[in-house]
Design a protein around this ligand. Structure first.
Ligand SMILES: Cc1cc2nc3c(=O)[nH]c(=O)nc-3n(C[C@H](O)[C@H](O)[C@H](O)COP(=O)(O)O)c2cc1C
Length: 364
């Protein structure tokens, strides 16, 4: 059966696949190596059981919460995903408008095809974080931090799981390139704007893998997080922690938050699903910093489960790209509203009304 009108996020994926070019679909959809972790991110949620409570007066459900002190409409937001104009002509601007209208937080990628200043036009006070890749040339990172602070972003999410790019086989086969009419819009220097070889050059690998090997600093270490804190007026969140040991180091380095993430299964294949790694990180930080999660969120009950396990909020990656491909801004709104409706219904049926009563949501 061909689905044309989606009723859940799972329906949107084949619709997006039909719309997108092979180069874009494979870049968005794929994970590293055998994609074991990519699949586990979703499957691990399906193994967790909810413990419902009945007769709890669920006539008023409240999903509002706060992240790093900013009030937000929901405990979910948009994860940073690069190059959104491959999915839709308005790319990150469409995503930002959808998020602003529903008061959902959004993290903009360093590798956006809209500059961080342009993305911020006309979307009011809604909560935006900037995702930072630290380049070998530290002046680049420093300048991005200053610009993000000046443009009103509320936090920096520093990605710590990408010293080199994971081996994404589809991108290697396709010799992935950013289409020539698009640019990584946060950079003025030509060598940092293009991904993949120019029209007269040959290319053997994924253009992004080559780009990362040339530009991103693989020597980044915990002491650099301390350095970043000294140059950043914004709170620093590390994105890509999966273990208690690293969570403790993050707290020692003075971060304000941790995103438990395996980059949507795109970096090291074989690591835990994020929802499985969440509990050890929560236990290790012991309430000292806020803990977030991304990876495999495809329905409201996934959000419910992550919150029940102690995440302050979650972020959603690929479904936003499917929404963008489907109908641009309206498509992203559709994804966000679907997650919101499903989360509210899940809370209602589980007998949980809102923030502040997170205990014993799940059976083990
Ligand atoms: C197409 C794509 C591009 C991504 N680009 C970035 C990026 O630029 N920076 C980053 O920190 N993470 C990036 N990620 C990882 C996401 O932020 C997030 O960790 C992941 O998508 C969550 O998993 P999900 O897609 O299952 O929701 C990307 C993920 C995808 C799928």
């Amino acid at each position: 059966m061909t689905i044309t009108v989606p009723v859940c996020i799972g329906d949107l994926e084949p619709i997006a696949r039909d719309i997108l070019s092979r180069n874009a679909w494979d870049y968005y959809a794929s994970g590293a190596d055998d994609m074991l972790t990519l699949r586990e991110n979703e499957r691990a949620f399906s193994r967790i059981r909810i413990r419902p409570q009945v007769l709890r007066d669920v006539s008023a459900i409240d999903i509002r919460t706060s992240i790093l002190g900013s009030r937000v409409a929901s405990p979910f937001g948009v994860a940073p995903t690069a190059m959104q104009r491959m999915a839709n002509v308005d790319g990150e601007e469409a995503t930002a408008r959808a998020c602003a209208s529903l008061r959902v937080p959004m993290i903009l990628s360093s590798w956006a095809t809209t500059s961080l200043e342009d993305m911020y036009q006309g979307i009011g006070e809604s909560v935006r974080w900037f995702q930072l890749y630290v380049y070998k040339d530290r002046r680049v990172a420093r300048r991005l931090v200053e610009r993000a602070a000046a443009a009103g972003y509320k936090a920096l999410a520093v990605t710590v799981d990408t010293p080199y790019l994971g081996r994404r086989r589809a991108d290697i086969r396709n010799k992935f390139k950013l289409p020539s009419h698009l640019r990584l819009a946060n950079f003025s220097d030509e060598s940092k704007q293009h991904v993949g070889a120019g029209p007269n050059e040959t290319q053997q690998d994924s253009g992004l893998a080559t780009y990362v090997a040339e530009q991103v600093d693989p020597s980044l270490s915990w002491k650099d997080i301390a350095w970043l804190k000294t140059v950043s007026p914004l709170p620093v969140v590390v994105k890509g922690v999966l273990t208690a040991e690293d969570a403790r180091l993050a707290v020692e380095a003075g971060v304000s938050g941790i995103v438990v993430s395996n980059h949507g299964g795109r970096q090291l294949d074989g690591v835990s699903a994020t929802v499985e790694a969440l509990s050890e990180v929560i236990a290790a930080v012991d309430g000292q910093v806020e803990v977030f999660l991304d990876g495999g969120i495809r329905r409201g009950s996934d959000i419910f489960k992550a919150i029940a396990l102690g995440a302050k909020a979650v972020f959603v990656g690929r479904p936003i790209l499917w929404g963008l491909a489907y109908k641009g801004e309206e498509g992203v709104k559709w994804v966000l509203r679907t997650l919101e409706d499903e989360l509210k219904l899940c809370m209602t049926l589980a007998g949980r009304c809102g923030d502040g009563e997170r205990r014993m949501y799940l059976s083990r």
